[in-house]
Design a protein around this ligand. Sequence first.
Ligand SMILES: Nc1ncnc2c1ncn2[C@@H]1O[C@H](COP(=O)(O)OP(=O)(O)OP(=O)(O)O)[C@@H](O)[C@H]1O
Length: 598
Amino acid sequence: MTTFRFLWKLVSYRKVLYMLNALAWSLIYLAPIVPGLLTKQFFDELSGHASYTLGLGSLLTLLLMAALARVSFVLFGFVTDVQFRFRIGALLRRNLLRHVLKEPGARAIPVSPGEAISSFRDDVDQVEESVSWSVDVLGFLVFAAVSCVLLMRIDAQMTLWVFLPLILVVSAAQLSTALLQKYRAASREATSQVTGAISEMFSTVQSIQVAGAEDRMIRRFRKLSDERRQAMLKDTLLTTSLDSIFSNAVNLGTGLILLLAAESMRTGEFTVGDFALFVYYLSFVTQFIQNFGKFITYFKVSTVAKNRLMSLLQGADPQLLTEHHPLYLRGKLPDPQEDSHTAGGGVEAGRLERLDLDGLTYMHPETGRGIHGVNLSLERGSFTVVTGRVGSGKTTLVRTLLGLLPKQEGDIRWNGRPIADPGTHFIPPHSAYTPQIPRLYSDTLRNNILLGLNADEERMERAIRSAVLEDDVERLPDGLGTVIGPRGVKLSGGQAQRSAAARMFVREAELLVFDDLSSALDVDTESKLWDRLAELRAGTTCLVVSHRKAALSRADRIIVMNQGRIEAEGTLEELLVTSEELRSIWYGSEDRDSDSRK
Ligand SMILES: Nc1ncnc2c1ncn2[C@@H]1O[C@H](COP(=O)(O)OP(=O)(O)OP(=O)(O)O)[C@@H](O)[C@H]1O
């Protein structure tokens, strides 16, 4: 999508507002025409060259009225500008955020969160700036046309000198386009690298301290900051140089006019009023030429911003970014649940009888590893354990099933019905999931478990009991109302995992998917958790990634993964006889389990 088309789509989002804004700024730019003519009249009257007289009082009144009119236009212009800018910026951010939220969870953004935030903030601002300045160009061109006609009628040759700098400015800006884009892209990239590094450092303070890596982190941060300084310097230097070209070209024009005017005035062809009009308009032309130059710069820079925003779409249709949607700036917001249902392609509640995976394939593009041709069937109420060595593809399998990674081949069928978009289907009440590393927020434990769900106390208590969390809740200073710190740092690893399990249980979904839930639990707690799950949620289908005996010994069926494929499957008894891989996991697990008990 070209930058012009991209900006045009944004303009057409609020056409009327844009036109009002353009009208306001055209009037602001046109307004100096009147005081210019009045000033000419004033001087012509004084020097006796006026063809008619208005009188000093009338002239002053008219000048005052012109000034008041301009002030009102400026106020109106600022109101329309702010309203318009806010709306197109909000639309861009809304569309981008919607896309990010709809992307398969594990690949939501292609950059670090810090870099994405910097794009949401700076790139959108840049685009806003460019659209906003476009109305100035319109106003300026109208002013240029009107003042050109007026001045041409007085002295055509001199008029040329007034407008010559404009041609110089446009040519200079055009010539430096490629370089400016390159420098701006580099400075934006360097800024995102720094923002990304700050966000990574803040989120991994503990790991940095434990690894004693403070000095190395600071060195890396210093290097990134240095690179940013250099990139910003080049960018600012070029932008400032362009600015100075713009203003000096205009100063040159002024000098030439003064020389020419002096000559013409001596010969008597040029009145003092004409001179005043030229000088008066020239000051505005100077300001407008600079603004025009700014617009050209912003337009070029917005190409860089547009490309960066598009890269966050990860190959999706670029039109998504400028699609027109309501912003709900006034009144009641629509129910988000309803919205996601209609947008998500239909989430019909449905009791799970049978889930089938047929030839499911996902290879991580970065490593070419993942899962290949996985076939699997889960019956209602079954407890299936996926096991295998580190890196055998267990997590990739459950993430692809849930639509957190986009499947590349294969079919998923829910009660025999193909699921086209797993990402919108495998959510509560169909399924709930606990990832390997639970994500908790700096809020109360209750809010972390509910995440906005409207569940009654009884349901909450059931979830907490299923997750074997009741004793921990009792010991917390404010029970469920205890704030658990950023990313749940006030909880132990096991408590965090069981809180994430409670979050899953409270959703009372048909299918529960656990990815290595029990890795921070002791054997007794884990056993209790599986027992309670069986007792409190009979009929729930469970898919569990684990290598631990507590889970393996309860499994109706075990799937053994090796290098992204299913190597063996069956009951524990069968596999202990037939699968070498399972035997090594089972007996290895014995050592690990006894270690964890020590
Ligand atoms: N985000 C990623 N990008 C690139 N390759 C990945 C990514 N995640 C996993 N892989 C690769 O895919 C393969 C399967 O990884 P996966 O995480 O599914 O294994 P796993 O069996 O769950 O391992 P673990 O027991 O350590 O969780 C591995 O070879 C891994 O290197």
